[in-house]
Every structure is written in C-alpha cells, then in structure tokens.
Design a protein around this ligand. Structure first.
Ligand code: GYE
Length: 303
C-alpha cells in the first residue's frame, strides 16, 4: 500500500529536480535577496541540484551559462534576463532540447512560444505607482529627474513607461540618466546632474529606479548640502536601505518590488517537470510604502 502523501506513481518530486538559475548579477540588495531566496528554497525542498551562476550583469555570460545548462541536461531553467532583447537563439536551443524555461523577474521580448511562463513584478505598474506619488506631492506641477536602471532591462523599460503613462502633464521629466541599478554608478551620474541643474529651482523631485541607486543619490545630495525633504524622492524595491531612507526623511515613498520568488519558482518548475499546465504569466502582489510607518516596519523587512 502507498502512503497517503506519496506522489502518484511515476510523478517526479523535488528530490529528482536539477534546476539551473543563471543569475544576472549581484548589483543590488534586491538581487542578493533574490539569490538567497532561490538558494534557501532549493535547500529547504531538498532538490537534487541547483546549478547557480552569476553573470555580472553581462548578457553574454548569461547566455553561456544557459548553454552550459542545456549541455548538462538540467530539468528546468529559471532565467532572470538582464535585458529584454537577444534571447531568441538560446531559448530556441532550450526548447529543441526539451528543457522548459521559466523567465523570472524581468521580461524578455522573445516570442512566448519559446518559454513556459514568466513570474515577476508588473514593472509598468511600479512606474505608474511612482507617478501617482509625484502627482499627489506636486499638485501644482513641477520638474523631476529620472535615474533609471539598466538600459534595455525589463525593469527599467517598464518603470520608465509607467511613469510616463500616469505623470500629470504639468510635471516634466527634464532629464533621465541610467545608473545601471548600482549605488556605485549612481553617484557620478547624480553628481553630473547636480552640475547641470539646480535643485529646487530647476527640479523639485527625483524618480529613482531602485533603492541602491537611491542611497548613492542621498550621498551626493548630502555632500551638496541638500537636506532631507528639500526634494521629493520616490524609489523602488522596498529594501531595508529604502526603509531607512524613509525613516531619515529622504524618500517620500518606496514602491515595493518583491525579490523573494524562490517558493513560486520551484513550484512552477515541479509542475513543468511533470508536464502539468502552468499559467503563462504569474504576477507578484505588491504595494507602496510610506515614511509614516517605515520605522515600525523596518525590523520586519526580510531584505
Ligand atoms: O528593482 C533592482 C535590481 O529586476 C526587479 O533589479 C529587478 C531590479 C530591482 O537590480 O534593484
């Protein structure tokens, strides 16, 4: 007789699973938390093998990592793509090898027939939520700067689009520059912007595509003698650093983007290994955080 919780005969379990996670990099606290979530979930579920790599934000490294996983004959590839374009060839190779692909976090522009599903945030909605904050804080209009994420990434493209979708017409985006989602790259970009534009006069707000860049921006503003609250700043992610920036009065809102995707990724992977149907798009549920309860929530933040 079979134990009641035993899988149906022939069904694959987590202990059979070899999952490939060609991580795009380690550029931010969001990314570090995403990596931790994947590794912890793999360990908790006791999967057979997690094939993890770090592409250091270079698409060619990610493509090589995917090819190595195809060669190895992994069961499932879960891919967080650094940029949207340029995946058709390698996704076709995976498909021809019969390996299902889950696109994680950022989106790809490739045809949907080349992968099984996409799980992640609605990046356009995040940009729209940021726009709503500026509309509330600047009812009489004004000017803002945008510090964007990695050029061509689904996260940056979506957030930029969402901002423009919903920003009131009396608020102008006077400049938009990329800081590649890192604190280190955001610093010189913000320094250059401060040489070009006078805070308060030329612009009253900044939309920043992630908290790590936001922390770099704060450093630059502080050095220039600008005080918390002098500018309206909205960021994205909701990391501990972002919460601290709200506690300190620098960010007026932080749009949540959840990196803790491990449990859902492995659940989808198991279904795919067993040939079960999955939703073509799994969107994570998110909100907006404010300074009012940032201090109270900070200790509860997991990333
Ligand atoms: O917002 C940022 C990270 O793709 C959603 O990538 C992710 C973004 C996240 O570097 O911090």
């Amino acid at each position: 007789t079979t134990a009641p919780d035993a899988p149906a005969t022939g069904a694959k379990t987590y202990s059979d699973m070899v999952l490939c996670y060609p991580q795009l990099g380690a550029e931010s606290d969001w990314r570090t938390a995403n990596t931790a979530s994947i590794k912890e979930t793999a360990a908790t579920l006791g999967i057979k093998q997690l094939v993890f790599s770090d592409a250091q934000q270079k698409q060619e490294n990610q493509i090589s990592a995917v090819r190595a996983c195809i060669q190895q004959g992994v069961d499932v590839i879960a891919l967080p793509p650094v940029v949207e374009d340029g995946w058709d060839a390698v996704l076709t190779e995976a498909k021809n090898a019969g390996i299902p692909v889950i696109i994680v976090d950022r989106s790809v522009s490739a045809d949907k027939s080349l992968y099984s599903t996409h799980i992640g945030s609605n990046m356009v909605l995040e940009g729209e939520r940021a726009a709503a904050e500026f509309n509330k804080m600047m009812p009489n209009g004004g000017a803002i700067l945008e510090l964007s994420g990695t050029t061509g990434s689904g996260a940056a493209v979506g957030r930029a689009k969402g901002l423009r979708n919903k920003l009131n017409s009396n608020i102008t985006i006077i400049d938009s520059q990329t800081g590649n989602f890192t604190r280190a790259e955001a610093v010189p970009v913000m320094q250059a912007l401060l040489k070009k534009y006078t805070p308060g006069t030329d612009f009253q707000g900044i939309f920043i595509h992630n908290d790590d860049m936001g922390i770099g921006v704060i450093e630059v503003l502080k050095a220039a003698g600008i005080k918390p609250g002098d500018l309206k700043i909205v960021s994205v992610d909701g990391t501990r650093g972002g919460f601290q920036a709200m506690v300190d009065g620098w960010f007026q809102a932080d749009v949540e983007c959840n990196p803790l995707l491990g449990p859902q990724v492995f659940e989808l992977a198991l279904k795919l290994m067993n040939g079960q149907p999955v939703e073509p798009e799994v969107i994570t549920n998110e909100t907006v955080y404010y300074p009012e309860n940032a201090a109270e929530l900070l200790p509860t933040r997991k990333y």
